[in-house]
Design a protein. Structure first.
Length: 737
């Protein structure tokens, strides 16, 4: 062989020796596992290599927490369903070279390359002492494995998250399962310890830093429109529209978030034209007129300007308000024109026309909710000061604005409401009927209890107690009181005219609501007590009188026909020691036509006496000198009223009211005794009335009311009065803001 041939053989041999390990390593990297994971093989260099890990006892699988950038984008790690994520890493003992497989197993990651994820073999091999083999590409790394511990029971196995190897720069590795024992220490082929990822034990919250005022201002200017409170969200306010969001109507708070202000302005204008029985004065207006009875035509105008200011705390949509303060001054102007003297004033020089004005406070109180009595906001509150109060459904006994203190509230989820009130009366202005600034020697105590859905749903029952303590006889100066026009009002100018005190007690039962399709309203009162000296009886008397009322109506679409009856007992024997005529404390009756009927609306004087047959806005023939300034009189003829009426909702804006009343005296003996007449018949007469209520805006801001009533006297009325038919016409305009 030539020199070149020998050199070629040597070079070829060297190439084979160098190339064989590389080819074996390449085949092991690309070929699938052979299944003989437990054998130990030697490299061509003669060194032993580390066998792949064997299968270990399985535990419940646990999701390995992912770590970014472990695998190349688009590839996912595959884990066999039967493979345990947490497996101890062990090495197999060396085996003879004859058992080497044809492929060299993978010894670790190669820098710059990645390998496909392989499933761990499930073949079990005997556990022996670990052996190490140096890598052909790196220095050998010693891997120490602790002796295997006893297998725990299934209940003691607590899975732990697998630890992921740390990826070196430019190297991508697959997650490697770690043994559960903390005593095992592993190192990467590069010699570095792998990091141990841990699960977070608590939510990490960034440290808060309070923003500066400048940062807040800049943030608000750039992102928000400043709004003072939640009430202004989404609505534009205004001062002239009471139905838009308005700070004057309690829609926006004026202090903080829960203090509101409510202003109410009312203009109430009334014009009346009427013809009433009018006595002839000592100085006649016209020569040749009748000696006792004069002309009865009258014109009356009354204007009230009401201003109500209220400050309160609390949103009243879901619970009672916490506290409130309200003041309501009223400015009144009135004018009366009549045809006879001694009507507008006692002094005949006062003529036949009277103009007057008055400023009064009809409300001035504070209110405080004391506490709640249930989780449903049942409550107890107190109100002290001048306040309005009506003691029953129709105002039969007491309805007025007086100074006092009132406790009120509810319980049992608002099924029960109650009031306990004490009032110390003020004197009234004669011509306007408003409060004056002078106290009167009269106190009233009232207690009532309402029960909703009593027996029938929609029907409310009430029981009540009233006590009237009138000390005018002992409290008034000289035992007498004259009104603003000069007329004597206490005691009444009839009989022996002696000052006296009144003690009366009222027990009442009333109801209002509906039973099925029938609407019902009723009341019954028993009054007892005593009068120190009755001017008609001429002696002290005990009181024993009754009142009863009932109304039934039925709704037929837009029509409501109704029938009602009213009874006030009379005194059959005026001079005995028992007063059996019924009288109220201070009523304002809404019954049997109410203010539309002639007999209810107008006060009719009893000719040649200083008393009235009945008072304005009252059905009772009570012989009082004045409803607002006089004393209760329980020696009277009483009354019986039968009513038939119809309410018609003609349009949503217009309501029509028709009523027919026929009236009788319950007893006539008091009339005969006072007027010195031998006989007075019972029939008072027939009262026809019609009324219209018009609301052009479909609300209460503008209410126009008109009515006309015509009275035809009966036999009893003709016996005590003279003249033809009587009438009453009125028009009122109520404007509310």
């Amino acid at each position: 062989m030539t020199g070149y041939g020998k050199a070629g053989v040597v070079v070829l041999g060297l190439m084979v020796l160098v190339t064989e390990p590389v080819m074996l390593w390449a085949q092991d990297s690309s070929a699938p596992p052979t299944g003989k994971s437990g054998s130990s093989r030697k490299l061509p260099s003669g060194r032993s290599r580390v066998a792949p890990p064997s299968q270990v006892p399985k535990v419940a699988p646990q999701q390995v927490p992912t770590q970014p950038d472990v695998l190349p984008k688009g590839k996912e790690e595959e884990v066999a369903p039967s493979q345990s994520i947490i497996e101890p890493a062990v090495t197999a003992p060396a085996t003879p070279a004859a058992e080497q497989p044809s492929a060299v197993p993978h010894l670790g990651p190669i820098p710059g390359r990645s390998r496909p994820t392989q499933k761990a073999p499930e073949l079990e091999i005997p556990k022996e002492e670990p052996t190490t083999a140096p890598s052909p590409l790196e220095l050998p790394v010693q891997v120490e494995v602790a002796p295997p511990s006893p297998e725990p029971s299934p209940s003691e196995i607590v899975p732990k998250p697998a630890e992921l190897p740390v990826r070196e720069e430019g190297t991508e590795t697959a997650p490697v399962a770690q043994p559960p024992s903390t005593e095992v220490e592993r190192r990467l082929p590069s010699g570095r310890r792998p990091s141990t990822p841990t699960l977070p034990t608590e939510t990490m919250v960034a440290e808060e830093r309070a923003p500066t005022r400048a940062e807040i201002d800049e943030y608000q200017r750039s992102n928000f429109i400043p709004i003072r409170d939640r009430w202004r969200i989404g609505y534009a306010g205004g001062l002239l529209d009471p139905y838009a969001q308005n700070v004057l109507k309690g829609d926006y708070p004026v202090l903080g978030q829960n203090v509101f202000f409510n202003f109410t302005g009312i203009s109430d204008s009334l014009f009346e034209a009427r013809k009433l029985p009018t006595p002839q004065g000592v100085s006649r207006e016209r020569s040749g007129s009748a000696e006792f009875f004069g002309e009865g035509r009258q014109l009356f105008f009354n204007q009230n300007f009401v201003f109500s200011f209220e400050l309160f705390k609390g949103s009243t949509a879901f619970r009672p308000r916490d506290w409130a303060v309200r003041v309501t001054p009223v400015v009144n102007v009135n004018l009366l024109d009549v045809q006879e003297r001694n009507v507008v004033r006692l002094d005949v020089r006062g003529g036949t026309t009277r103009a007057d004005h008055q400023i009064a406070f009809q409300e001035a109180f504070v209110e405080k909710r004391l506490f709640n009595v249930s989780r449903n906001f049942d409550f107890i509150s107190v109100r002290a000061g001048i306040q309005g109060f009506t003691s029953d459904f129709r105002g039969f006994i007491f309805s007025d604005n007086e100074p006092g203190i009132r406790f009120f509230g509810n319980f049992d989820n608002n099924r029960y409401q109650w009031n306990v009130a004490y009032f110390n009366f003020l004197e009234k202005d004669t011509n306007s009927g408003l409060n004056s600034f002078e106290t009167r020697h009269r106190q009233v105590v009232i207690a009532n209890l309402f029960r909703q859905d009593f027996i029938w749903q929609g029907y409310t029952a009430q029981i009540s107690f009233h006590h009237d303590r009138d000390d005018a006889g002992s409290g008034d100066s000289n035992g007498q009181q004259y009104d603003n026009n000069g007329f004597l009002v206490r005691p009444a100018n009839i009989g022996d005219v002696r000052p006296h005190d009144v003690r009366s007690y009222y027990l009442g039962w009333a109801g209002d609501g509906h039973i099925g399709r029938f609407n019902i309203s009723h009341a019954f009162y028993q009054v007892f007590g005593n009068v120190s000296h009755d001017t008609i009886a001429g002696r002290d008397v005990t009181i024993n009188a009754q009142m009863a009322a009932a109304e039934v109506s039925y709704d037929i679409d837009w029509l409501r026909p109704k029938v009602s009856v009213f009874y006030g007992s009379g005194d059959k024997n005026p001079t005995d020691g028992t007063a059996r005529g019924f009288d109220s404390i201070l009523d304002n009756v809404n019954f049997a036509g109410s203010g539309f009927s002639f007999f209810n609306r107008q006060g009719i004087a009893l000719t040649q006496t200083g008393i009235l047959l009945n008072n304005r806005f009252s059905l009772l023939n009570d012989f009082r000198s004045s409803k607002t300034q006089g004393q209760a009189q329980f020696v009277n003829p009483g009354i019986i009223v039968a009513n038939v009426g119809l309410d018609a909702e003609l349009t949503p804006k217009l309501k029509g009211i028709l009523n027919f009343n026929y009236l009788w005296f319950a007893e006539t003996e008091p009339l005969q005794y006072v007027l010195h007449q031998p006989q007075v018949r019972r029939a008072i007469g027939a009262d026809y009335s019609v009324g219209l209520i018009y609301r052009p805006l479909l609300n209460q801001n503008i209410v126009l009311t008109g009515g006309f009533a015509y009275f035809t006297p009966g036999g009893g009325f003709k016996d005590i009065q003279q003249g033809g038919d009587r009438y009453s016409a009125f028009f009122s305009a109520t404007l509310t803001f």
